[in-house]
Design a protein around this ligand. Structure first.
Ligand code: ADP
Ligand code: G6P
Length: 489
């Protein structure tokens, strides 16, 4: 046993995710610039330091020519990234289609896009074929770079078919798979035409992880009800082979945020923001412009609050920073115009010649600007209709140790399970409840704010991204060692 348990000092990791931590922008035939990608998966994984990690993924661009591919591969190698090149048709069918038009809404309980329902059903088979093809392309690249002893950690709904492809290449590979979204009730999952294929391929992994115990339980129920397999306290068993299933709640690199607040440029930014919004309470929303984030619901709740609390109208401002995402998917395009329309209407209704109640930005903020904004905020509003975890809520808490602002948090975000005791929990569909919670947050006593903040701050600073990754990887190691011992007996 001891012999099997010898682990390298710095475990070598192959992190496989659809999205690389950097996205590429072409500057010339053979020159590229790299920008940090947005989203919780990248944020969490960038917080993981103590591994010898290499990333395999898509750089977010189509690179049809060999010159471009070579130059990009070289530029990415400096960041320890290895690209998977996907052509336009695959991106259209796999990424825009199967991943973001089918799996993403379904896993977040939003169903299929309403008016496209029939069209989606018709194109389902070809999109699923593209999904499998893309997963096979990821597997090919992993296989080329795999060295004995590596741990292969696959991420998210884009790559549910990958564990099976990898095990077909090499049954001895240690393969883990982690889902960054909710896993829905088995009643939802069973509506998916490819429901069994996806479950079976995920089960090829040695360890399967989710953010919360509920998501893990839903996955096990789907395997027992749809595949007729046996669920055990450890996971799912199929003909004597056990796939471990467990919850590993993710975190952030909280120190990075706390340290950033000390930097002169961030302090300067904080000062500017305080001057700019002097005399007004600052409310903040930071989201990818995604329908799961409940941005229209949040803004409508803010309107209701202004309607019912006229004395607050010139004393509060809502800053909504919404980075555009998945802009080739029609549902996302519709959402952008819907949000613009609502913001315009409310600003027209409650704005004055000198001030508007909502500042809506359709863009990404750099890290320092984001930290400064979090630090000056009085009330953060996270109103996700469903969310795997929601790291924005963690980032806000990390930056609030001097201000001790209030977090209003959707009960449908995974984070409600960890930050629920410190936040005001709301049902984002209930606009009156959210409007009331805004008033409660703005008028909360300093003692109550301190108590709530302390609870959340302790959680965010102790349950970090590093700890999350270490727990997952060491559990994966143990799982593989135990399985080897079982087969030897
Ligand atoms: P998701 O993974 O669905 O995008 P999370 O809340 O878990 O949701 O993570 C979002 C990440 O993306 C956070 O690290 C957040 O700081 C970042 N982010 C989201 N919107 C913006 C924005 N407008 N500008 C800068 N960063 C953003
Ligand atoms: C969520 C998903 C990630 C994804 C991110 C950004 O966090 O769980 O897998 O990378 O959104 O979305 P995008 O489609 O731009 O990669």
């Amino acid at each position: 046993y001891e012999k099997l348990d010898v682990r390298p000092l710095r475990q070598r990791l192959l992190v496989v995710a659809n999205r690389l931590p950097v996205s590429a922008v072409r500057r010339g035939e053979d020159s590229w610039s790299l920008e940090i990608s947005a989203g919780g998966l990248v944020t969490a994984l960038l917080g993981v330091k103590e591994f010898e990690a290499r990333w395999i993924g898509w750089a977010g661009v189509n690179v049809p020519d060999e010159v471009g591919q070579k130059a990009l591969t070289k530029a990415l190698a400096e960041k320890r990234c290895i690209p998977v090149f996907l052509d336009e048709e695959i991106v259209h069918q796999y990424y825009n289609g199967y991943c973001n038009n089918i799996l993403w809404p379904l896993f977040h309980y939003l169903g299929l896009p309403q008016e496209d329902r029939l069209a989606t059903t018709r194109s389902f088979q070809s999109q699923f074929a593209a999904y499998k093809k893309a997963n096979q392309m990821f597997a090919d690249v992993v296989n080329q770079h795999y060295e004995e002893g590596d741990v292969v950690w696959c991420h998210d709904y884009h790559l549910m078919y990958l564990p099976k492809c990898l095990k077909e290449y090499n049954n001895n590979m240690k393969v883990g798979w982690f889902l960054h979204t909710p896993f829905p009730s088995s009643e939802i999952h069973r509506t998916l035409p490819s429901r069994s294929d996806l479950l079976r391929s995920v089960l090829a992994a040695d360890l399967v992880g989710f953010h919360t115990y509920d998501y893990a339980r839903h996955f096990v129920s789907a395997c027992t009800r749809i595949l007729g397999l046996e669920g055990t306290p450890e996971g799912v068993e199929d003909q004597g082979r056990l796939t471990r299933v467990a919850a590993f709640p993710i975190g952030i690199d909280s120190d990075r945020f706390i340290r950033a607040l000390e930097l002169p440029q961030v302090q300067e930014h904080i000062k500017e923001l305080k001057e700019r919004f002097a005399g007004r309470k600052v409310m903040l929303g930071v989201d990818r412009l995604d329908m799961i984030k409940g941005i229209p619901q949040k803004i409508l709740a803010f309107e209701k609050f202004l309607e019912e609390n006229s004395i607050w109208r010139d004393k509060v401002v809502l800053l909504q920073i919404a980075v555009p995402t998945r802009t080739d998917v029609p549902e996302y395009q519709k959402l952008t115009s819907q949000v613009h329309e609502i913001v315009g209407r409310i600003n027209g209704r409650f704005g004055t010649l000198t001030a508007v109640p909502i500042h809506h930005l359709d863009r990404s903020l750099d890290f320092h600007a984001l930290c400064a904004l979090y630090a000056v905020t009085d009330v953060a509003l996270v109103t996700s209709l469903r969310d795997g975890m929601n790291l924005v809520s963690y980032e806000f808490v990390a930056c609030q140790d001097s201000k001790k602002g209030v977090l209003i948090l959707s009960e449908f975000a995974g984070a409600a399970q960890s930050l629920g005791a410190g936040a005001i929990l709301v049902n984002p569909w209930n606009i009156t409840e959210v409007a009331d919670s805004i008033l409660q947050a703005l008028t909360m006593s300093p003692e109550e704010r301190e108590k709530r903040h302390r609870h959340n701050f302790v959680h965010v600073t102790t349950h970090t991204a590093q700890e999350w990754a270490e727990t997952f990887v060491s559990e994966l190691d143990d799982t593989v060692i135990e399985a080897k011992l079982r087969t030897k007996q």
